[in-house]
Design a protein around this ligand. Structure first.
Ligand code: 8YV
Length: 323
């Protein structure tokens, strides 16, 4: 019987696929991350790894060359040394598509809650500060007819653009390395340079992968070029923005607010001053955290494992070049 090691408790829908394929599952149930050494020790007597939110580096891969497949419970694969996995001919799979709507919902939620300072207002009530009605206090800004700039217009960015167009008739700008013609036709999205994306967006939403090129892309220089009424939203990866620069930008009024589902590090320090800013909304990386989406992700990951253990090409490989 082939054995799969799973680094987190995953939805039953995924486990069922593994069990129906006759595989034995070992689930890591402790509510703490495994160290690299622990991960190696467990994987040594398993044939496949289903990995959620776990760093897969070159040391691990070389110690566990025998793995027939590594399936991620995520679309992002920035925490995996894919080049090394490819060199060792280990197929790595991800879960694209199924989390696009849920993640776009989180971006939309952060945009709207930031525009109305919703998280801050909630905290004020809890602190007994509902208080006296002041017609000019803590006002939000409206989104109707404004411009959405999408940095990285792929599947998730498209869903965000669709929501913003449908709800507020927003104009859609985007910046990608390559053109997204389908979105240009369907959503009237317009490709602009990164500089123009910064200077023209009222809401700038990040939906790109974390790469050497996108790391730290939103720094003080970038924030300086944005509109003073702009809302910055990041549901992709926390290190795509430079947090201390975001804080300065907000303090100096270079931008109006920020909605973050991702931070660097994660979890965010509970004493982080950003949590007290009225125009900041922070969520604990819950973009894909719906019942429907997590079930679908677990199913895709399990299907990647089953295919990998049969020696077949994974349905969703991130390193198809190994075939
Ligand atoms: C995951 C994500 O919840 O898919 C991704 O890339 O960021 C989220 O859906 C996270 O990576 C934990 O596995």
């Amino acid at each position: 019987m082939m054995k799969v090691f799973v680094t987190r408790v995953i939805p039953a829908a995924g486990k069922k696929i593994l069990e129906d394929a006759g595989l034995s599952i070992t689930e890591w149930t402790e509510k703490r991350a495994l160290s690299r050494d622990e991960l190696i020790a467990h994987c040594l007597d398993h044939d496949a790894l289903l990995s959620a939110s776990t760093k897969i580096d070159s040391v691990f891969l070389n110690a566990c060359k025998h793995l027939k497949v590594i399936a991620l419970l995520s679309v992002g694969f920035d925490n995996v040394d894919v080049a090394e996995a490819s060199r060792l001919k280990i197929p790595v799979g991800n879960t694209p598509g199924v989390l696009s709507k849920a993640t776009a919902d989180a971006a939309f939620l952060l945009m709207l809650s930031t525009s109305r300072k919703a998280f801050y207002q909630h905290k004020k009530i809890a602190k007994g500060q509902w208080g006296f009605f002041e017609p000019t206090a803590d006002l939000g800004i409206e989104l109707d007819g404004k411009t959405l700039g999408v940095f990285g217009l792929g599947k998730i960015g498209e869903e965000m653009a669709r929501r913003c167009r449908g709800a507020y008739g927003m104009k859609i700008l985007y910046h990608n390395r390559s053109r997204n013609e389908q979105a240009e036709q369907e959503l009237g999205a317009e490709w602009v340079s990164f500089e123009d994306l910064l200077s023209q967006s009222d809401v700038l939403s990040v939906h790109t992968a974390l790469t050497a090129e996108t790391k730290g892309k939103f720094d003080l220089e970038s924030f300086k070029k944005m509109k003073p009424n702009a809302i910055f939203v990041n549901t992709a990866r926390g290190s795509i923005h430079v947090e201390k620069d975001l804080k300065s930008a907000l303090e100096q009024g270079l931008i109006w607010g920020a909605g973050l589902d991702v931070t660097d590090p994660e979890p965010m320090d509970p004493l982080n001053p950003l949590l007290d800013f009225p125009n900041v909304s922070v969520l604990p990386h819950i973009g894909s955290a719906t019942l429907e989406t997590r079930n679908a992700m677990a199913e895709l990951a399990a299907n990647n494992i089953v295919a990998g253990l049969k020696g077949e090409q994974l349905p969703y490989p991130v390193n198809p070049e190994i075939y």
